[in-house]
Design a protein around this ligand. Structure first.
Ligand code: 5RP
Length: 263
């Protein structure tokens, strides 16, 4: 791996081999998502505990202080919305030139395997990888399911992750699922877990994050289950303890409870 690519990967994946990415990109197709209406208010208190931010260029420019930031993974796919015809019909929204100008450490793009736009999204990924490799910028592929959340099973996710890696993604972001080891073992590049919609209890989040880490994920890209929680800082600290301190779900819950009391 060339120096620039290796350096950017090291900005994202920490020296213990693990990573906690904080996604705040949801507005690019969902509009002002609950508790992300004013992005700087959501981002600022959480930033010290994140290893990188997953964000669009618009929110980066408007809501993140360039002198006080973390490595940036720029969301560069989009062009669709929750109220449009098909979320899968994304294009590339942001040029590599802009990525370099914004001093981003990586770019992220969704792929929609099995959708009507499978081919387009996979060719978008390939194009981005071709450009990213030219400039030493890693590409994170996001195995998106659009509104079809029931697609999140090991067979489908393993297929989507493997295809993303085959096309050259340096990191793949996917959902945790039962038998998650099948997803990780079939994917030759690091796998990061997304959270999906907020679940009922903090413990459920700690349990799936812990299970995924035990089964080979290197970390998380977890948004709503952190910043839609009533105690987002306590939540990110609990998750961080699993990712970087090998905490059990019970220990993460205890940390969450004590941080919550301190608030
Ligand atoms: C949205 C994304 C998000 O980055 C991803 O879904 C992670 O966020 P959450 O944990 O809220 O699902 O790709 O397009």
């Amino acid at each position: 791996m060339e120096w620039g690519m290796a350096n950017r990967m090291a900005q994202l994946i920490q020296s213990d081999g693990h990573a906690l990415f904080l996604p705040v990109d949801h507005g690019y197709f969902q509009g002002p998502t609950r508790k992300l209406e004013e992005p700087h208010k959501t981002i600022e208190p959480l930033l010290p505990y994140a290893d990188a931010l997953f964000i669009t260029r618009g929110v980066l420019r408007s809501s993140v202080d360039p002198a006080k930031t973390k490595p940036i993974i720029l969301r560069v796919s989009g062009g669709t919305s929750m109220v449009g015809k098909d979320l899968a019909n994304e294009g590339i929204t942001t040029s590599m030139e802009e990525t370099i100008r914004l001093n981003a450490s990586a770019v992220g793009i969704s792929i929609f395997v099995g959708s009507d736009y499978e081919k387009e999204s996979l060719l978008n990924l390939s194009k981005l990888v071709n450009e990213g490799e030219r400039y030493g910028i890693p590409v994170m592929a996001v195995t998106a399911v659009g509104k079809e959340l029931e697609k999140r099973d090991a067979r489908y996710l393993a297929l989507a992750c493997r295809i993303a890696a085959e096309l050259g993604a340096r990191v793949v972001k996917t959902y945790w699922c039962q038998n998650f080891e099948k997803v990780v073992s079939g994917c030759p590049v690091p796998v990061i877990m997304a959270g999906g919609p907020q679940v009922n209890t903090e413990l459920e989040v700690f349990e799936f994050v812990h299970d995924g880490m035990q089964k080979g994920a290197i970390g998380v890209n977890l948004g709503r289950n952190i910043w839609q929680n009533n105690f987002p800082v306590a939540m990110i600290k609990g998750i961080r303890s699993i990712i970087h301190q090998n905490a059990t779900p019970k220990e993460a819950q205890e940390l969450f409870d004590s941080e919550k009391k301190g608030n």
